[in-house]
Design a protein around this ligand. Structure first.
Ligand SMILES: C[S@@+](CC[C@H](N)C(=O)[O-])C[C@H]1O[C@@H](n2cnc3c(N)ncnc32)[C@H](O)[C@@H]1O
Length: 206
């Protein structure tokens, strides 16, 4: 792309990012990420019939705030490595998703022990080494898909963040082989230059 065009595109991207940041601030959302979820939900109706929701990588809490708006009754459990300010109606768990004991704790918090909707915006810390970062992100997405296929209700839904890269195809294939429905979503609120996209998976096959 010519330098001038790239500059214009970056400028437009920054404007868009600022617009979502201001909008989130006005609406009382803790992060502009809330708009990624709301845009996917606007199209795919994620919360229909969802009484038990698990938010993975929840801090600072934009997705959990949005989930709380969508379901006033029911259970919302939010997990993050980092501390997160409480949200009324949301059970916040601090821990590492890759730790089996933490995953068991997430299950013990709902009765019966299953979720209707898992939303994962988890992203590992960036090392700056492209191959390592892609492998870490793919590893996390793979764990989320496998865990969700075990703990989702039969018609449950999983929304999981994935990063483009050499591992992304493997994750897409895993999604398709684990769930009957699989679609890719890239909401407007996600920066074009970000390699993130979301896999929306419904109806586990097991
Ligand atoms: C992009 S942020 C999530 C933003 C959030 N969806 C919101 O709306 O505010 C990604 C989060 O994933 C969390 N995370 C990354 N690896 C994790 C892990 N292994 N276990 C739990 N949380 C993790 C990070 O601490 C970070 O807070």
């Amino acid at each position: 792309m010519a330098r001038g065009k790239r500059k214009t595109r970056n400028w437009l991207e920054d404007k868009k990012g600022d617009m979502y940041t201001r909008k989130a601030h006005r609406a009382g959302y803790r992060s502009r990420a809330a708009y990624k979820l709301s845009q996917i939900d606007g199209r795919d109706r994620l919360f229909t019939g969802a009484g038990r929701v698990l938010d993975l990588g929840a801090a600072p809490g934009g997705w959990s705030q949005y989930a709380r708006k969508k379901i006033s009754r029911g259970s919302i459990v939010a997990l993050d490595l980092l501390p997160m300010e409480p949200i009324e109606g949301v059970t916040v768990v601090r821990g590492d998703f890759t730790d089996a004991a933490v995953r068991e704790r997430l299950l013990a918090l709902v009765s019966p022990p299953a979720y209707d909707l898992v939303i994962s915006d988890m992203a590992p810390n960036i090392t700056g080494i492209a191959n390592v970062d892609q492998a870490n992100a793919a590893d996390l997405a793979e764990r989320v898909i496998k865990f969700s296929s075990r703990i989702l209700a039969k018609n449950g839904t999983l929304l999981v963040k994935v990063f483009e890269g050499h591992e992304a195809t493997r994750i897409r294939v895993l999604g398709k082989s684990t769930f009957r429905q699989s679609v890719v979503r890239k909401p407007d609120a996600s920066r074009d230059k970000s390699r993130e996209f979301y896999l929306l998976l419904r109806e586990r096959r097991l």
